[in-house]
Write a protein that binds this ligand. Sequence first.
Ligand code: AMP
Ligand code: GLY
Length: 414
Amino acid sequence: MKILVVGSGGRCHAIVEALSRSPKAEKIYCAPGNAGIASLAECVAIKDTDVEGLLAFAKSNDVELTVVGPEAALAVGIVDRFREAGLAIFGPTKAAAEIEASKDFAKRLMKKYDVPTADYATFTDFEEALSYVKRGTLPTVLKYDGLAAGKGVVIVESMEEAEATLRDMLLDSKYGEGRVVIEEFLTGEEFSLMCFVAGDKICPMPVAQDHKRAYDNDEGPNTGGMGAYTELPFISDEDHAYAMQYIMQRVADAMVKEGTPFTGVLYGGLMKTPNGIKVIEFNARFGDPETEVVLPRLKSDAVDLFMAVARGEQPVAEWSNQATLGIVLASKGYPGGYDKGVVIRGLDGVTSKVYHMGTAIKDGELVTAGGRVMIVVAEAPTLIEAQQKARADVNKIECDNLFHRTDIGAKAFK
Ligand code: AMP
Ligand code: GLY
């Protein structure tokens, strides 16, 4: 089978690798791909949001299955367009992807179907929003409603900060025209539960935990994710069963009832609070960097699995019982400004998996080409061994302009 994977980061590298392990994958194309993906797939220079370009490519190359990584491509309706043209594609329609694109849509759905989540109210008017905050307690959570690439959430601790943030979000249009969802501040351990979803048929992946802050001990600015691991000791089988029944299955069923059935990966960003497991957010796609630590554990044939979802059939997946842990190497300065084009060496001695996030080849050498550059993912029978192996491999990589967190997985050992 010929397969097209849309996207370019570490998540996409992990998807391509999982597909490449299947004997059914005769040829994999990746648009646009990156320097690491190029060792497993033929990279084609088409932008991930160029739906017509991608469709034309899929048709003229007899692509039988297309898998979509990034949310931007979903938001422009790539799935709707491919389906109209009669092509199999893995991912949600534009209407179903609203569960990620609009926080207000997600909150309304959860309220209507009694899915546990933080209390909230939505505003477009600055004065109304401010007076709502004044009547409540601090800290409180202000979320800009729209695809803000993870930057649209501010936890405010003081009234001055609340006012300034609301001003930014509603008056100065720093984020663009919009709405603000104001949420109750929850506390507890966060984790990610991704499920393959085909309408009301769902199948869970191992739970993972992301590390969003740039530096150790969850300090510094928010990033796209500095590392992740699977096998979370603080999530019991009962927690998992609860999250599947009252959150993931309920939402899949709700989407069918609402006339926008979901296909693809539904990502639950969940929190284990003192009052039970609650939803922080949903994403309509594979998480990054969670995918890089989850898919290496997939034992089933990825082509069969992704195809089942694309066809609306029950997805079935088997997973290894290895723990996985991934450490991101990022350019110094990230998530702010950073240099590019710095040479990376020492990968030869690395036995962990290495997924490229932002790399390029320059004059025959591997160089940095993004904020997050690569993720080193170790697999081992226990998490502590996976952590040791990932750390040892990270230390083999030579580059003058990279940094990483040294505490990925630490919360599992508390
Ligand atoms: P989101 O983009 O909705 O996932 O929010 C980004 C991050 O903000 C989450 O990963 C949480 O760490 C934090 N956050 C979001 N909503 C809440 C909430 N209601 N209570 C506490 N923290 C939150
Ligand atoms: N790891 C968070 C996300 O993919 O949005």
